[in-house]
Design a protein around this ligand. Structure first.
Ligand code: FE
Ligand code: FE
Ligand code: ZN
Length: 280
C-alpha cells in the first residue's frame, strides 16, 4: 500500500478536505496553509479539525504534507518580505499543532542576488527562531529546480541549511521529482545514483515526502514547469520505478500536476496501478 494524494483546496476547512481526499481515492494530501498568494489565514474551527481527525483515523490516512504560501521568501533582500515570511512561518507552525504529527513543506527561498551563502543564513535563522523542541510537526525543505536565484536546487544547499538548524529532530526534506529533474538530477536513467548522492550529501533518513510531478522541460532546464504524469520528459515508466523503489514507496506522494479533480483521481489511480506492477 502506498500513500498518495494531490493538492486539495483548504477553502472549506479540514473535514471538507478529508472528504475530498476520499473522493479522489487519496489517503494523504497537500493543502496550502493559507491562500498560496499570501494573506491572512482563517481561524481554525475545533469541531472541523475533530471531524477531519476522525476521517483520517477511520481511513488510515498517511501523513499530510501542508504547503507554505508561495509568497514566503525567508531570504528576501527586502526586510519587510523577510519579516512577513518569518511571521507567516511561525503562525503556520502554531496552526499545524492542531493536526499534530504531520509535515509542513516550504520553498527555502530565493536569495535575489545576495548570494547562496547569505540566503542559507537567513533561512537557517528563520528556522532557529521558530522551531521548538516540543513541536509535533516536521518541517520539510523542498528540493528546488534552481530557477533564478532559488536556494535548494543542489543537495549541498539543503545540507548546509540542515547543518545550521539547532532543533534538527523536527526537520526533513521533500523531494519534488520535477524540480530535481530540472535541477539536473537524472531520476529517469539514474534513479539509483541520484538516491545514492542524496544519501551521501544529505542522508536518506532526512527524506520524508515526495512531490510527484512530470516536467515539461529537459533534464537540467531549471524551469520548474510541471506536467501530468507520463505527459512530460520523465515519462510513466520512470514514475513506476519511483513509486516502487524500496526507499521511496513508504513516503507520502503528493501530485502537483496541472489537473482538475478528475485528472487527479485518474493519476492517483495510475500511481497505485504502477506500484502494483511490482516490476523493477
Ligand atoms: Fe512546492
Ligand atoms: Fe513541489
Ligand atoms: Zn514546482
Amino acid at each position: 500500500m502506498i500513500y498518495v494524494g494531490s493538492h486539495i483546496s483548504s477553502a472549506k476547512g479540514f473535514a471538507a478536505m478529508g472528504r475530498q481526499a476520499l473522493a479522489l481515492g487519496a489517503n494523504t494530501f497537500a493543502f496550502f496553509t493559507r491562500n498560496p498568494r499570501g494573506g491572512a489565514a482563517k481561524a481554525l474551527d475545533p469541531a472541523d479539525v475533530e471531524a477531519f481527525l476522525d476521517i483520517a483515523r477511520e481511513h488510515g490516512f498517511g501523513k499530510l504534507v501542508a504547503h507554505a504560501p508561495y509568497t514566503m521568501n525567508a531570504c528576501s533582500s527586502k526586510p519587510e518580505v523577510r519579516a512577513f515570511s518569518w511571521r507567516t512561518f511561525g503562525e503556520d507552525l502554531e496552526r499545524m499543532e492542531h493536526i499534530p504529527g504531520n509535515y509542513y513543506n516550504f520553498h527555502p527561498g530565493s536569495h535575489v542576488g545576495q548570494g547562496t551563502e547569505v540566503g542559507i543564513r537567513f533561512i537557517t535563522q528563520m528556522l532557529n527562531t521558530h522551531l521548538k523542541p516540543e513541536q509535533r510537526t516536521t518541517v520539510l525543505l523542498e528540493t528546488m529546480a534552481g530557477k533564478g536565484s532559488e536556494v535548494g536546487g543542489r543537495f549541498e544547499e539543503l545540507k548546509a541549511i540542515l547543518d545550521g538548524v539547532e532543533v534538527k529532530e523536527h526537520m526533513g526534506v521533500c523531494l519534488d521529482t520535477c524540480h530535481v529533474w530540472d535541477g539536473g538530477y537524472d531520476i529517469v536513467e539514474h534513479l539509483e545514483e541520484v538516491l545514492e548522492e542524496f544519501d551521501r550529501i544529505i542522508g536518506l533518513s532526512w527524506l520524508k515526502a515526495l512531490h510527484v510531478n512530470d516536467s515539461k522541460n529537459p533534464l537540467g532546464a531549471k524551469k520548474d514547469r510541471h506536467a501530468c504524469i507520463g505527459e512530460g520528459e520523465l515519462g510513466e515508466a520512470a514514475f513506476g520505478r519511483i513509486v516502487r523503489h524500496p526507499v521511496l514507496k513508504s513516503l507520502p506522494m503528493i501530485l502537483e500536476t496541472p489537473n482538475d479533480e478528475e485528472g487527479y483521481r485518474r493519476e492517483i489511480a495510475l500511481l497505485r496501478k504502477l506500484y502494483a506492477q511490482k516490476r523493477i
